[in-house]
Write a protein of this length. Structure first.
Ligand code: NOJ
Length: 566
């Protein structure tokens, strides 16, 4: 596969083409016929510290996850992705790992994890876990040894230590979380690189010891029975030789968006993933690697070549906002690009790093999704946001490919947009001096029972829940056929019955603000506009609607979606 093979129209080209009514063509002419459970799987992201609290200490844990497995089976998901549960330094909600082979006491024990794996498997649910290879915690034994060792020592060579330039850091790289990406080590005046918080030193992936260590970590978890790994910052492991300046002055890095520069998406990362794919291959064909790679979609396709990863989140789709042309462009391009490498698209609308769909879509600037919404910002219209998010869910779940759901998405949870500064835990808030409120708003503990303390999550949730969560609790929604939870359950059941996730794409058509995606299983029509639009075809073909009465007398209501039988 050469670059030319995957180069299709550029993003601008697609947007231009969208001026016309019909936007994209047919998938699959050159796609390798392929199988694999992940290609059409619905994967549910569990953010353990906010999912369910088994021991009542205010922090979710693995016994909590275990207890809720029947809920997830009832929802109808195929797999779970567990965000980090490892012993951690506690600076970035678990993404600063002290022991990549362990379970933090706050989450339970390895035995609890084994129980989650066994019981999930018994329910037919696969489990993938987060792997954090770009950096460790500054409390990881290797980093502690590095600090105690001399400049130039093998202990320091596992990380990126460099002498400063004059009095300043070795280069001009900013941290993605704000401030410099370098911290000086007293007393020997070397600096170490951390693309994130100072508590997250970056590994040096040119060091064979680091590579061997991660292959051993993969085997450790594969031996325990995990079904795969979501690879954190998959595009960041290899840095350009010589660590050249970025040359962008004081401009901060985007928190969630396409990353460019000498620290991102270097060609050398692909050797690492090819080696990992070989390790997974020792365990059969069913274990997977999922890339979190914030690169252009053309470059993300490279991670999906047949001997590398199985999936990569489609962040262009996630970032398209409530904009028919942008969504149509993202869908068409994802189909084109993934088919070019024999992969299937991986749709995602929300995760723990971005403002939840309900809150994003409830703002006039629905595409401004990465910085977090705070009390001083324009507040979302939650009625509008919920209506649009329900329509967005039908689009996401109706598209061929895999779909990742973020816990609480099935309840239509919004972000907590009024957290006081004292409640904030995300290092982004601290490191940017509050310029970005950070991601805590999307990480609020789940509401399970409206009438119980902490809405059934537990006594004193580590982040406070907003008032709006009471009416959205699972027990309230379970009894309501019109609830968002009921909609997700119906959509997931119908998706499974109709084979929608594994269907062939036929056509993606944009007419004004109405998007119609036709596949071999069904037709999804979404009205992104504020006025009803006429839908052609047999009105008797209605399978599912995002809100009651979405389709009446051939007219599709504003901000609504339907699934139609072909
Ligand atoms: C991406 C993770 O999703 C995010 O939560 C984390 O802060 C960074 N990587 C650093 O590990």
């Amino acid at each position: 596969m050469t670059k030319a093979d995957i180069d299709g129209p550029t993003a601008t080209g697609i947007a231009g083409a969208l001026e016309a009514t019909e936007v994209a063509g047919v998938l699959g002419a050159d796609a390798t016929p392929a199988s694999g459970w992940w290609r059409s799987a619905v994967v549910y992201q569990v953010y353990p510290r906010s999912f369910a609290d088994g021991d009542g200490d205010g922090v979710g844990d693995l016994p909590g996850v275990r207890e809720k497995l029947p809920y997830l089976a009832g929802l109808g998901v195929d797999a779970l992705w567990l965000s980090p549960f490892y012993p951690s330094g506690g600076v970035d909600a678990g993404y600063d790992v002290v022991d990549p082979r362990g379970v933090d006491l706050v989450f339970g024990t390895l035995a609890d994890l084994d129980a989650v794996l066994a019981e999930a498997h018994a329910l037919g649910i696969r489990v993938i876990i987060d792997l954090v290879p770009n950096h460790s915690s500054s409390r990881h034994p290797w980093f502690v040894e590095a600090l105690a060792a001399e400049p130039g020592s093998p202990e320091r060579a596992r990380y990126l230590f460099r002498p400063g330039r004059g009095d300043g850091p070795p280069n001009d790289w900013p941290s993605k979380f704000g401030g410099s990406a370098w911290t000086r080590v007293a007393p020997d005046d070397e600096w170490y690189l951390h693309l994130y918080d100072a508590g997250q030193p970056d590994f040096d992936w040119s060091n064979p010891e680091v590579r061997a260590e991660y292959e051993s970590i993969l085997r450790f978890w594969l031996d325990r029975g995990v079904d795969g790994f979501r690879v954190d910052v998959a595009h960041g492991l290899v840095k350009a030789p010589g660590l050249p300046d970025l040359g962008r002055g004081d401009e901060p890095l985007v928190l969630a968006g396409v990353d460019t520069g000498p620290m991102w998406d270097q060609d050398g990362v692909h050797d690492i993933y090819r080696a990992w794919r070989r390790v997974l291959g020792e365990y059969g064909d069913d274990r997977i690697l999922v890339a979190e790679a914030w690169a252009t979609e053309e470059r993300v396709a490279l991670y999906l070549r047949p001997d590398e990863m199985h999936q990569a989140f489609d962040f262009r789709y996630l970032g398209a906002g409530w904009d028919a042309a942008a969504v149509a462009g993202a869908v068409s391009r994802a189909v084109e690009i993934s088919s070019g490498v024999g992969a299937s698209p991986t749709w995602v609308l929300s995760n723990h790093d971005v403002v939840r769909a309900v809150s994003r879509f409830g703002r006039a600037d629905a595409v401004a999704w990465s910085a977090g919404i705070g009390p001083d910002d324009a507040q979302p219209d939650l009625t509008l946001g919920t209506r649009r998010a329900r329509a967005g869910a039908l689009l996401t779940l109706g598209l061929p490919g895999s779909a990742y759901l973020y816990q609480g998405e099935e309840l239509g949870l919004p972000d907590h947009t009024e957290l006081p500064p004292s409640a904030r835990r995300d290092p982004v808030f601290r490191r940017t001096g509050g310029a970005s409120v950070g991601r805590d708003g999307a990480r609020i503990p789940m509401p399970w029972h409206a009438a119980h303390p902490g809405l059934g999550f537990g006594g004193h949730p580590w982040l406070p829940q907003p008032e709006s969560y009471g009416a959205l609790a699972v027990d309230v929604q379970e009894g309501d056929r019109m609830s968002t939870l009921s909609l997700y359950r119906r959509a997931l059941a119908l998706r499974r019955r109709s084979g929608a996730g594994a269907a062939e794409f036929a056509e993606c058509r944009l007419e004004g603000r109405m998007l119609t995606v036709t596949t071999s299983a069904l037709r999804v029509v979404v009205n992104f506009g504020g006025d009803p639009v006429r839908v052609d075809g047999d009105p008797g073909a209605l399978l599912l609607e995002s809100v009651p009465g979405a389709l009446r007398d051939g007219m599709l209501a504003a901000d609504a979606a339907v699934w139609l039988r072909l």
